[in-house]
Design a protein around this ligand. Structure first.
Ligand SMILES: [Zn+2]
Length: 363
């Protein structure tokens, strides 16, 4: 995530703090200082730091459970709105999805019970006085952990409760229909929240919009992922493509650009293997600064490793998105150019899938 600093590493997972979190901390300290001086400022900042330590432990609940199922967890980022652990994937088995989702709130349950035992008692009235410094730090932290459990168990994406709901529904009606049902329940809940917000806390309206958008995005993403299951790069690649020989000049590249509807061209060597990629913008840029006979290899993009035609499509798209490449050359067993993978191709395949979900790709 941009604008975040790594402050440490636990069991291979980097802990990042977003700059806005530090600003948030400064703002809390400053407003407490104006209200009650140095002592109150210190106490407020200490409370927020401890609260976010609980949030971090919550995220590590998810992380350690995901690790247990062999899922990689590169990092966790603290934001003013909470923590975000990046998981390489969501487990496909509903029982594992349930375990990973519930491990986070379970940590806060344990912390809350521990703190209440330490205190001796915590009345329901105390729980609502979370922002009252007179209550004492430990009681406030115990209340905050109870809130974290309740808030995270709201059955809507992106809250853990949404995942729990999806996992439980998956066991009965399958993951695909469960995703649609969970998204619909989440969006229905967002409407109720928004409606309540109109009469009470405006913050609820903000949360409602957030939940609504997240539920829709989650459902969309899962539809995409489902559509790609079992498909290889060969199923989605463009095969009738023009390529540019590595020995070509700028003038020849311009001719090829005009002769085809393509925007991206693999540059191939004498053996037909891709050694670079030429994008329309590169050619236009070169026209401004170079001579007609300039060799294309001087302004082509560095050879991105070609993706194998038999590789899973989802993996190739994830890699493509991560590298920011406009297109990727697809190669055969001996590294020879077979086609080109572009976002437009994938979009066309999605249209076909949407019109005819049972359409068989591949050959
Ligand atoms: Zn969580």
């Amino acid at each position: 995530m941009l604008w975040s600093l790594v402050i440490g590493r636990v069991a291979g997972t980097a802990i990042r703090i977003h700059v806005t979190f530090l600003l948030f901390l400064a703002w809390i300290g400053f407003s407490a200082f104006r209200h009650g001086g140095q002592a109150e400022a210190l106490q407020s900042v200490l409370f927020i730091v401890l609260l976010f330590l609980c949030v971090l432990l919550h995220e590590f609940g998810h992380i350690f459970m995901a690790r247990h199922y062999g899922i990689q967890t590169p990092d966790v980022t603290l934001l003013p709105i909470g923590g975000v652990a990046s998981l390489e994937r969501i487990p496909e088995k509903p029982s594992q999805e349930l375990a990973v989702a519930i491990a986070g709130p379970a940590v806060n349950v344990v912390i809350a019970i521990g703190l209440i035992l330490l205190l001796g008692s915590l009345t329901p009235a105390d729980i609502t006085k979370i922002d009252d410094p007179g209550l004492g730090l430990i009681a406030r932290l115990a209340s905050a952990n109870i809130f974290l459990v309740l808030f995270n168990m709201v059955p809507a994406f992106p809250m853990d409760g949404g995942r729990v709901l999806h996992a439980i529904l998956s066991m009965r009606i399958g993951p695909q229909r469960a995703m649609q049902a969970a998204a619909r329940i989440g969006q229905g809940l967002a409407f109720v929240l928004g409606f309540l917000g109109l009469f009470g806390n405006p913050l609820l309206i903000f949360i409602a919009i957030f939940v609504y958008v997240a539920a829709a995005a989650e459902a969309q993403d899962s539809v995409m992922r489902d559509a790609f299951v079992g498909l290889s790069v060969a199923d989605a690649m463009e095969t009738r493509i023009a390529s540019v020989p590595a020995t070509a000049t700028l003038e020849q590249a311009v001719d090829i650009l005009l002769a085809t509807p393509q925007h991206e061209f693999p540059v191939v060597d004498a053996f037909g293997k891709p050694v670079g990629l030429l994008v329309r913008e590169d050619i236009i840029m070169a026209l401004r600064t170079r001579e007609r006979d300039a060799p294309v290899m001087e302004f082509a993009r560095a050879p991105v490793a070609g993706v194998r035609a038999v590789a899973p499509l989802q993996k190739a798209l994830d890699d493509m998105r991560a590298s920011g490449a406009a297109a990727v050359s697809v190669v055969g067993e001996d590294g020879e150019l077979l086609g080109l993978l572009t976002p437009q191709n994938v979009a066309e395949m999605m249209m076909i899938k949407q019109a005819r979900p049972d359409w068989r790709f591949g050959r």
